[in-house]
Design a protein around this ligand. Structure first.
Ligand SMILES: C[S@@+](CC[C@H](N)C(=O)[O-])C[C@H]1O[C@@H](n2cnc3c(N)ncnc32)[C@H](O)[C@@H]1O
Length: 270
């Protein structure tokens, strides 16, 4: 199996634990945009669901709560699957396994719904992952990719051009992700032979209080990204001071689009 090209790769124990906390917060804060999509793709009445790149299982738990069907979560990282097994231990309808999204260990036409959340951005070959998801879905079934951002569409004000350019893509690229995955979803899904609808899942601008809470929780990630981009500690301190002050003043605006794609496998297709 290829090593997943993702954030959990080669982390110290402390970094891994921080990443798990980040995924937990992210799952809570994005529930408002994910849950309507789960309902739209018919999760409630689906009998078999696959969550690809399930990570620590926080999002898989939302899926399991919304359906009486059987949910399978798969991830390339055994450490992630171990965390997910603990989080989901009381769920009788969930099975978790280690496996490669680029070579899913399932027969063709197995599932009613296949989901992935924030996975294509970190996948080495997103087209192969989408092709695989399309292969294992039943004809008439649906593939959903949620929360795939596009940092090129990031808006925020007041600005800091030097720092902003790091968060607008460089930091993601440096960690092996594709900061422009959002705009590519339509092509990936159509090429996989799916009848495709693309949209932006988040249309709400967060309040300054929400942005501040998120920043303080994820601060280590932001500061590390700036350090890795070669920004000096003085400049980081100054930026952070200004950023937090703008949030306390209630004048900061942040938005960046989180795309989703829903793809239906045509009934005639095997
Ligand atoms: C940012 S995490 C998202 C986890 C989870 N979906 C969530 O939203 O909380 C991305 C996950 O995708 C997994 N991943 C990336 N590429 C993969 C691949 N080729 N096969 C299996 N898992 C992969 C990583 O191991 C990681 O757990």
């Amino acid at each position: 199996m290829k090593s997943p090209n993702n954030e959990s790769h080669k982390r110290s124990k402390e970094d891994f634990d921080d990443f798990i906390k980040k995924l937990e917060l992210q799952a809570l804060e994005t529930a408002e945009e994910r849950l309507p999509l789960y309902l739209e793709v018919g999760l409630k009445d689906a009998k078999s669901i696959l969550d690809v790149g399930c990570g620590s299982g926080m999002v898989t738990r939302d899926i399991a709560n919304l359906t009486k069907g059987k949910v399978v979560g798969i991830d390339g990282s055994k450490d992630m699957i171990d965390v997910a097994k603990n989080i989901l231990k009381s769920y009788k309808n969930v099975e978790l396994k280690v496996g490669d999204a680029e070579d899913l260990p399932f027969e063709d036409n197995t599932f009613d719904v296949v989901t992935c959340n924030l996975v294509l951005m970190w996948a080495s070959s997103p087209q192969i992952v989408v092709n695989e998801m399309a292969r294992v879905i039943k004809p008439g079934g649906v593939v959903l990719a949620s929360l795939e951002p596009d940092y090129g569409g990031k808006l925020h004000f007041p600005e800091n051009p030097k720092i902003d350019s790091v968060f607008a893509g460089a930091a993601i690229r440096a960690r092996g992700g594709d900061p422009h995955i959002g705009r590519k979803l339509r092509l990936l899904f159509v090429r996989a032979g799916l009848e495709t609808k693309v949209g932006i899942g988040n249309n709400r601008i967060w309040s300054c209080e929400e942005d501040k809470a998120y920043y303080l929780h994820a601060r280590d990630f932001y500061v590390k990204a700036l350090k890795d981009a070669g920004i000096s500690q003085d400049k980081i301190d100054k930026w952070e001071y200004d950023y937090l002050r703008s949030l306390d003043e209630g004048v900061q605006l942040n938005f960046f689009p989180q795309f989703y794609a829903i793809g239906k496998k045509p009934r005639g297709r095997k």
